[in-house]
Write a new protein. Structure first.
Length: 155
């Protein structure tokens, strides 16, 4: 795999957003290809991943954690249910709500998909020292905090 020298880019040409977007797109493109081999879309992966360790949460809570509208989750959950990866049951405490859980097949599939995600993270980190990666994560966290604070001030 040929890598482009990061120092060849100039800051005015490649701002934070552009670099984050390019990295995100590269990661997502490869991850989508890996997920497709297991018959799972990226949207389905995100739903399954958020159910990991959170079985029996409401569809509304799941959607909120994903940062999407409940209606956007419905089609994804319908397909995951059709594949036998999740089950939706009425909440006995509130019959208007559905609680979403992984099925045994869903847990099995999720374990495989988590393995794929770990491999992707390993590929992405190739040649990056642990200390540098820790600094990178700290910088990303700071950027996120700054942008969220700015968003709250503007809103």
């Amino acid at each position: 795999m040929k890598r482009q020298d990061a120092s060849a880019r100039t800051l005015p040409e490649w701002g934070v957003g552009a670099l984050l977007h390019a990295c995100h797109r590269a990661f997502i493109t490869e991850m989508q290809a890996r997920l497709a081999r297991h018959g799972v879309s990226f949207a389905q992966w995100m739903h399954l991943r958020h159910l990991h360790g959170a079985d029996g949460i409401s569809q509304v809570t799941l959607s909120r954690r994903l940062g999407i509208e409940k209606a956007s989750s419905t089609a994804v959950l319908d397909e995951l249910e059709r594949q036998g990866l999740i089950a939706r049951l009425r909440n006995p405490a509130d019959r208007r709500q559905f609680l979403v859980s992984l099925t045994p097949l869903g847990r099995e599939r999720l374990d495989v998909l988590i393995g794929e995600a770990r491999q992707m993270n390993g590929i992405a980190r190739t040649g990056v020292e642990d200390g540098d990666f820790a600094v990178f994560l700290g910088v990303l966290d700071a950027l996120t905090i700054n942008l969220r604070a700015s968003e709250r001030e503007a809103g």
